[in-house]
Design a binder for this molecule. Sequence first.
Ligand SMILES: *Cc1c(COP(=O)(O)O)cnc(C)c1O
Length: 386
Amino acid sequence: MPQEHATRRIFLSPPQIGEREREFVKDAFDSNWIAPLGPHVDAFERELCAATGVAAACALSSGTAAIHLALRLLGVGAGDTVLCSTLTFAASANPILYQGARPVFVDSERTSWNLDPALVAEALARLRARGEPPPKALVAVDLLGQCADYAGLREVCDAAGVPIVQDAAEALGATWRGRPAGGQGRCGVFSFNGNKIITTSGGGALVSDDPALVAEARFLATQARDPAPHYQHSTFGYNYRLSNVLAAIGRGQLEQLPARVAARRANEAFYRAALAGVEGVSFMPEAPWGVSNRWLTHIQIDPARTGGVTREDVRLALEAENIESRPLWKPLHLQPVFASFVSDLAVINGTAGELFERGLSLPSGSALTEDDLARVAGIVRRTLRA
Ligand SMILES: *Cc1c(COP(=O)(O)O)cnc(C)c1O
C-alpha cells in the first residue's frame, strides 16, 4: 500500500521490542514478581556487568537518578563545584542542582565532540587561581554514543584528585580502547529511556568497579533503610529502584545489544554512502580511541557551502514528509535554566555552540528498513541540492 507507506511517520529513535521481552515479562507475571524488586532485577544487573565489564551494577528508575546518586556518593553538596560537559542533554547537569552544587561548563574538542581535556585543565587552573577548592566531581558525557577522551581526562583529573562520573547514557555498547563504555570513570551511568539504544520503557543504572560504592547506591535508592526489623533510617534516601517487570524487558533488550549496535552503525554507513559528495554536509567523526554505537546518526550542515540551506531547512523538509529529526543538544551554558551559573569560570571556546548551530540528528532506529533510510537520505539530498 504505497499511500500508507508515504505517510507512515519515521521517528528519530523509537523502541524496538520483541518476543524475548514478552517471555521475560510473562515470567514476571506468572511468578507474581510484579513488585517491588525481584529475580529479573538481580539477573539484569548481573547481565549488565557481563556486557559492560564492570564489577557491580545497580538498576535504577532512570539515568538521571543514577547521576544524582553518583554525585551524592562522591560527597557533592551545597556550594560545591562540579565540572560538566556543556554539549549534552540537561539531565547530565540537573542532578548537580539537586545537590545544591554549582555546575561549571566546559567545551568540547573536535575529535569526539566530548569534553576537551585541555579545557578541563584550564577550568581547574581558574579555580586554583581564585583560591577555590577543586571540583568534587567531573561529569563526562559520551555524546551520541561515542566515548570521550578518557586517557586525557583521567590524566588531568587524577592529578587534581577529581573523580569522573561517566555519563554513558547514550553509549551502551560503544567501546573505548577495546573495552565497553561505562567503566572508564569512578562510576558510570546508563539510561534505558525509551529512545536509547535499548530500553526498559524507562530506567537506568549506576555501575562501578567499586562494589562498595554500588552497594551504597542501592541502599540510598531503596529509601536508605537500615538493617532492622522495623523501618529504621539514619540518613535520607530515594525511591529510585527499577521494577522487576521493567528489568524483565531490559533482559530481553540486553540480549540484542550487539545486533542493535550493528544496526545503528549500518544506518550511519548507509547515510554516509547516500550523502557522499553532497556539498556542505559532514558526519560526526569517529575518534580513534573507540567504536561508537552510533546511537544517532548525526550530520553537520554548513550554510556557507550549501548555498544558504541550514539544518533547520532540512529539519522542516523532513518534517513535511512526516519524518522526525532533531537538532544537536543545545549547549547547557546557553540554556536559560543554567544561565545564572555561567561565569568566567566556565571554559567555553565556541565549539559546542557551532556544532549545535549546524547539527542535525537523522532517524536512527535499529528497525529502520533500507527503504526508510533511502527515503530520509533522498529528502536531505533534494533539500541541499535545491
Ligand atoms: C538520556 C540521557 C540522560 C538521562 O537518562 P534518563 O534515563 O532519561 O533519566 C542523561 N544524560 C544523557 C547524556 C542522556 O542522553
